[in-house]
Design a protein around this ligand. Sequence first.
Ligand code: BES
Ligand code: MN
Ligand code: ZN
Length: 490
Amino acid sequence: MKIETLIAPALPLSGDWLVLSLWEGADMAKSVVGISEGLMTRIDQLRQQGDFEGKRGEQIALYDSFGTPFERILLVGLGKADTATLGSILRAGGAAIRTISKRGANIVAFASVPAGSSLDPSQAAAAQVTGAILGEGSQEIFRSNKSRKPIGKIIVSSPDADAIDRSARIAESVRWAADLVNLTPEELYPESFCQRAIEESATLPIKVEVLRVPELSANKMACILGVGRGSVNEPRLLILRYQAAPSDPRQLALVGKGITFDSGGLSIKTADGMLTMKCDMAGAAAVVAATMAIARLKLPVNILCVAPLAENMPSSNAIRPGDVLRAKNGKTIEVVNTDAEGRLVLADALSHAIDLGATHLVDLATLTGACLVALGTSVAGLMTNQEDWADQVHAASESVGERLWRLPLDDDYEELIRSGIADMKNSGGKYGGAITAAKLLEQFVANKPWCHLDIAGPAFSEKESPHQDAGGTGFGVRTLVELADRFARR
Ligand code: BES
Ligand code: MN
Ligand code: ZN
């Protein structure tokens, strides 16, 4: 799908479809610039008959040009203008593309978001593009008859062509992360993950380093080695360095959980429980995709991206409940449950990020089912050791419409992961599971400002939604790029 930008407020001049977004309310058609009299009348009629009121999520296709240069017109409801967010524009854009791609089209033109809200016109147009690119994504890699057909080009109208370009690059990185999640665990294992990252970053100013088993041993990363050792697919540690602020002493570390398949290991999951566990590398995909987007946008910032990659399998060689692992920073962890493997690989990865000079850290991980229980499928948990850093991460996420919600990390929770034989154990039991997992991670960040995002809910969607297919979502990429942008300007 190509993207073409017209300088606003011009209405595109031709196309198979015109997507006309409308606010809910009596004069919804009047706020649109440049549409024909006939179309205006038709929209009024539809509203009066109750067939289209502009409610959020509402859509109706008109197979008539009404004197416009378009063969078909898709009316898309945005909801009330005074409660509008960029998120609602994004979802409307995605839903429009998903409707139109049932048939496919050469050219789809988006009319600009009508006036009447407090949204910035260039950001609103950028959100349409983000929504369209994400909406075009699909998990149907192996279906012979795809339910959606390609769209050649979208045309948007915006006062700021650079903002459109930027949002398209970021959205393509989100798609890269989501597509990686959608690959089968047969195709995507630690080594092939690294190869894809190397290929994708080949033309970018990023240094890639891959630690294989001998280097992991030399670096005393017993946790990554332990989790990975039950699988024929060996573990790896992938490190991406993007250093574009030589005089800035700060290093922003982005660390992502990369379990390419989580069977639970010897503490094996149920059949249902492991069905979606190819998604357990979504954190790693998000941090790698964000680093590449940051490099494409040439943001003046230093990024240290660290992704521990392993496949968690049962085997005669796998770690057992009762084993003790020593992480890179010297701390020991009693493995009471081999299914709590994410925190183990992250213990080594966070320690390594600190040793490489990280001054600020964010980790993304599909870490706990408990976080899903607490926050559901569309909001990620945010836990931190530093309020100010959490505020910055939260502000970045809010501005791009990815939802985060704070969970506490009080000292009391530490008792729950005390071990009789080691410095800590890898499960705190039934209660507060998202928090006790984060409490363990906190032992590996050397008191540096750190935020942990538990993305177990929003990283993967079991059902399709009007604006996006089921499968990987690329959640977190947009927050990280926005965070890096703000970090660079501070
Ligand atoms: N990868 C899972 C968490 C998960 C569950 C992600 C559902 C996405 C959807 C993680 O490794 C895990 O198995 N966590 C256990 C921890 C427990 C054994 C302490 C869990 O949440 O049950
Ligand atoms: Mn697990
Ligand atoms: Zn896992």
